[in-house]
Design a protein around this ligand. Structure first.
Ligand code: HEC
Length: 156
C-alpha cells in the first residue's frame, strides 16, 4: 500500500517534471500575456489622444490662456490659432512640433523664456480652441507623449 503510494507519487512527480520541461515554453509565454494588458493600455491612450480626448485638463488650458493674454497678444490674436490656415498647417503635425515651436521660438521677443508648464498650458489652450476635449489627465511635457498626439483631427 505504502509502496504503491510512493510509486504513485514518483510517477506523478515524473509526470509533473515532464510537463514542466515540455511546458518550459509556458512560463516564457505567461509573462508576455501579462505584458499585453499594459501594451493594450498604451494603445488605448494613444487612440484617445488621436481622437482628441482626455489628454489635457481644463486647468492647463486656462493656465495657457493666461500666459497667452500676458505674453502673446502683443502680436497674436487667439483666433489665429484656430483659423483655417492654422488648421491646414498643423493638422499634418503632432502636438510635439507645436510645443517645440512655441518653446524655442516664442514669444518672438524672448524665445526660450517659457517654462515647460507654461508651454504645455499654451499647447492645451490651442488644443481646446481646436475642438480637443479636456479630460482628467494632465498633458505631459514629455516629448514622446507630445509626439504621439496627432493634430490631424483639428481640420474637422
Ligand atoms: C513680438 C511678436 C510675437 C510675440 C510676442 C509672440 N509671437 Fe508667435 N509669432 C510671431 C511671428 C512673427 C510669427 C510667424 C513666424 C514665422 O512664420 O516664421 C509667430 C508664429 C507663431 C506660431 C506659429 C503660427 C502658425 O500659424 O504656424 C505660434 C504657434 C506662435 N507664434 C505662438 C506664440 C505664443 C504662444 C506666444 C506667446 C507665448 C507668441 N507666439 C508670442 C510673433 C510673436
Amino acid at each position: 500500500m505504502k509502496r504503491y503510494q510512493k510509486n504513485l507519487i514518483a510517477s506523478l512527480l515524473f509526470t509533473l517534471t515532464g510537463c514542466a520541461s515540455s511546458g518550459n515554453v509556458a512560463p516564457a509565454v505567461a509573462p508576455q500575456s501579462e505584458d499585453q494588458p499594459a501594451e493594450a493600455a498604451t494603445v488605448a491612450v494613444a487612440a484617445e489622444n488621436a481622437n482628441g480626448s482626455t489628454s489635457f485638463t481644463d486647468d492647463q488650458a486656462d493656465g495657457g490662456r493666461e500666459v497667452f493674454r500676458s505674453q502673446c497678444t502683443e502680436c497674436h490674436a487667439s483666433s489665429e490659432f484656430a483659423d483655417s490656415q492654422f488648421k491646414f498647417k498643423w493638422s499634418r503635425r503632432h502636438a510635439g512640433s507645436l510645443y517645440q515651436m512655441i518653446q524655442t521660438q516664442m514669444p518672438e521677443t524672448a524665445p526660450g523664456s517659457l517654462t515647460d508648464e507654461e508651454t504645455v498650458g499654451l499647447v492645451a489652450y490651442i488644443l481646446r480652441m481646436n475642438g480637443f476635449e479636456p479630460g482628467e489627465t494632465e498633458l505631459s511635457a514629455d516629448p514622446e507623449v507630445l509626439d504621439g498626439i496627432s493634430l490631424s483631427s483639428i481640420r474637422n
